[in-house]
Design a protein around this ligand. Structure first.
Ligand SMILES: C[S@@+](CC[C@H](N)C(=O)[O-])C[C@H]1O[C@@H](n2cnc3c(N)ncnc32)[C@H](O)[C@@H]1O
Length: 358
């Protein structure tokens, strides 16, 4: 171009001097120097993949990294796959998104998505290092004690505590003279229970095992009481898994013996979708419908003895100084860990279910 031509072009496009327009123009260039790096931890709920993709999209857009349709689709597909992978391992796993802007003046954003796997055993291993005991309360469950005592003289009533934790129920029952066995999956908790029983010279047998696994062998028809306190409620993931536990309990119980467990049951009229089911596992309040419990029970030699609210029963029967059992129990048992609703409005609740072996 000749000098003359350049000059005449400039005259047709006057310089921008409007302060507001100029400032906006500078802000649009800011991503060339604005840097950010961070980590997002997503709970393992595959049905939330759209929600999480939008969240990431917005977070990245805040620092001027606006993904186009193709980039968004790629992010969505990675997040979806990783959430499914994480949930399959365990609902306590998380999907980690590490992100960082590229070196200036690039306006790119790099990210890496991966699964941080967890398990029941590793969750409790971390409780032992980060929380102050007692982890589940000081006193035994009033419902368990009531059922055990209803069966006769303690020496004649062998009991089995499945998912015994640190022995909140096992130890008091053994102290009362009930021949007591305990099954516990998490080594960190089983060793506390074992040490406590040894310290008090209580004849408790502790089986460190997965109650769902094939390696656990229980004496047939031996127990008068088999119970699972806060176990199905916190950690059992499907009707098929409940079925395994119920079959085992049926085999291990003597005729006339009692099976007691608590579970989060959906209120009549509430039909949980996949988001509710996945998040209930994330928040340790695994929900089931009455129909699903009936399916797990189908054909087994049990008759229902009682079905009542765990919160209400325990609130009424626990000693005053033992209530609430933990800082989390009241909200958890009323379904409020999953649903941010006023007390009494959640569509699930923890219930004590008692069955007699026929
Ligand atoms: C919320 S804690 C309750 C502990 C105890 N029952 C109580 O009420 O104090 C749930 C317990 O169930 C155990 N658990 C979960 N799944 C299990 C399985 N498949 N086999 C044996 N124990 C299991 C956990 O390790 C944990 O100790």
């Amino acid at each position: 171009l000749s000098k003359k031509n350049v000059g005449s072009k400039d005259k047709r496009a006057p310089r921008e001097t409007n302060q507001a327009v100029v400032r906006k123009a500078m802000l649009r260039r800011l991503p060339r120097r604005l840097g950010v790096s961070g980590q997002l931890l997503l709970p393992a709920a595959p049905s939330l993949f759209e929600h999480f993709t939008e969240l990431l999209h917005e977070a990245f857009a805040l620092v001027g990294r606006v993904f186009n349709a193709e980039e968004t689709e790629r992010l969505r597909s990675i997040v979806k796959t990783k959430l499914e992978e994480a949930f399959e391992v365990s609902p306590y796993s998380r999907v980690v998104v590490d992100y960082a802007t590229a070196e200036p003046p690039s306006t790119a954003l790099n990210y890496n998505v991966y699964v941080a796997a967890s398990s029941v055993a590793s969750e409790y291993a971390s409780w032992v290092t980060t929380r102050t005991p007692p982890y589940f309360g000081v006193h035994p469950d009033a419902k368990i004690v009531e059922c055990a005592r209803s069966l006769g003289a303690p020496a004649e009533v062998p009991v089995l505590d499945i998912g015994a934790g640190t022995g909140r129920n096992t130890l008091p029952l053994a102290r009362d003279g009930f021949p007591t066995d305990a099954v516990e999956l998490a080594p960190a908790l089983a060793s506390i229970l074992r040490a406590e029983a040894e310290k008090e010279r209580l004849p408790v047998r502790v089986f460190e095992a997965d109650a769902l696994g094939g390696e656990l062998e229980l004496a047939r028809g031996h127990y008068r009481l088999v119970f699972l306190a806060e176990v199905i409620a916190s950690h059992i993931r499907s009707v098929e898994e409940i079925r395994v536990l119920l079959e085992r309990a049926a085999n291990a119980l003597a005729t006339g013996g009692l099976l007691v467990f608590n579970a989060f049951i959906a209120k009549d009229g509430y039909r949980p979708d996949s988001m509710a089911r996945e998040l209930s596992q994330v928040y340790w309040c695994n929900l089931f419908t009455k129909t699903e419990i009936a399916r797990a029970m189908q054909g087994l030699p049990f008759e229902l003895v009682s079905d009542e609210s765990t919160h209400d029963f325990e609130a009424e029967h626990q000693p005053a100084e033992g209530w609430p059992p933990t800082g989390w129990f009241v909200e958890w048992s009323r379904g409020l860990d999953l649903f941010d609703l006023p007390g009494g409005r959640a569509p699930i609740e923890l219930r004590w279910l008692v069955y007699r072996k026929l």
